[in-house]
Design a protein around this ligand. Structure first.
Ligand SMILES: [Zn+2]
Length: 234
C-alpha cells in the first residue's frame, strides 16, 4: 500500500517544492495534468482539419509544390495558449511541449481515414550550428511521438539543411518574405523510393520552408509527401 502510493507522494512533494505551472495561463498544474491545465486544454483552438477534406493550408501550397495533402493541428494567434506553447518550446528550452503535442495529435492522425499508412516521418531540419545553440530541434519530440502512434520510422538523417537563416524574431515579416531562402538537400536516398513521407514542422506561416523541403524531397526521391504541423497562422 505504502509502496504503491509512494510515487504519488513524491510527485506531490515535488509539486510543492517545484510547482509545475500551466504554459497557457500559469495556473498551478494538478496531478494528472501535463503542460496545460484542464481549462486551457479545453480552450486550445484546433483547426479541425483532416486528411480527407481540402483545407486552407492545402490551398496555400497549390501551384507551388507537388504534395498529396497537408494538415495542421492548432491555430496560432497573436496572443493566447498556442503562442505561449510555441514560445516556450522554441525559446525557453521546453522540448517536452513537442512530445505533449505529438501524443495529443498522434492518436487523432491514427484515426484519420484520409491519411494512408506513413512509412517515414521527416522533421523540417535545423542547421547543425543552430541546433547546437538551441540544444534540440523543436520538432523532434513531435515527430517521434507521431511516428510512434502511426507506426512509422522517424528519420532526421535524410533531409538536411545546408544554409543558415537568421531566426524569425530577428527579422520583420516583410524582410523574411523577401530574403529567407532556406536550402535543403537529401543526404541519403538508398532504399527510399516509393515511400509515403510525412513532413512535420512547428508553425506554418508562409509555407516557404515546407515548400523548400518538399522540393528537395521531390528532386531526389520518388515519394508521396504529406505535411502535418503543430500549428498554422490562419
Ligand atoms: Zn492554463
Amino acid at each position: 500500500m505504502i509502496l504503491t502510493k509512494l510515487p504519488n507522494i513524491i510527485n506531490d512533494l515535488n509539486t510543492v517544492l517545484l510547482p509545475r505551472v500551466c504554459f497557457g495561463c500559469n495556473a498551478r498544474l494538478y496531478r494528472g495534468e501535463q503542460i496545460l491545465c484542464t481549462p486551457c486544454r479545453d480552450q486550445v483552438p484546433l483547426t479541425e482539419f483532416n486528411f480527407s477534406e481540402e483545407n486552407s493550408l492545402d490551398r496555400t501550397f497549390y501551384g507551388r509544390i507537388a504534395i498529396e495533402k497537408a494538415s495542421s493541428f492548432l491555430i496560432f494567434n497573436d496572443i493566447g495558449i498556442v503562442k505561449n506553447l510555441i514560445h516556450y518550446l522554441k525559446y525557453r528550452n521546453q522540448a517536452q511541449i513537442a512530445t505533449f503535442l505529438g501524443d495529443w495529435y498522434g492518436p487523432i492522425l491514427k484515426r484519420d481515414t484520409g491519411l494512408p499508412a506513413i512509412d517515414l516521418i521527416l522533421p523540417v531540419p535545423m542547421h547543425p550550428k543552430k541546433r547546437r545553440k538551441r540544444g534540440y530541434n523543436q520538432v523532434e519530440g513531435f515527430g517521434k511521438r507521431l511516428a510512434h502512434h502511426l507506426n512509422a520510422s522517424y528519420r532526421d538523417d535524410i533531409l538536411i539543411k545546408t544554409t543558415q537563416t537568421q531566426t524569425q524574431t530577428q527579422k520583420s515579416r516583410i524582410f523574411r518574405w523577401q530574403h529567407q531562402t532556406p536550402v535543403f538537400s537529401i543526404e541519403r536516398s538508398d532504399g527510399l523510393s516509393n515511400k509515403k513521407i510525412l513532413l512535420v514542422d512547428d508553425v506554418v506561416t508562409t509555407g516557404a520552408t515546407l515548400e523548400a523541403c518538399a522540393k528537395a524531397i521531390n528532386n531526389e526521391l520518388n515519394a508521396a509527401i504529406y505535411i502535418a504541423t503543430m500549428a498554422m497562422v490562419p
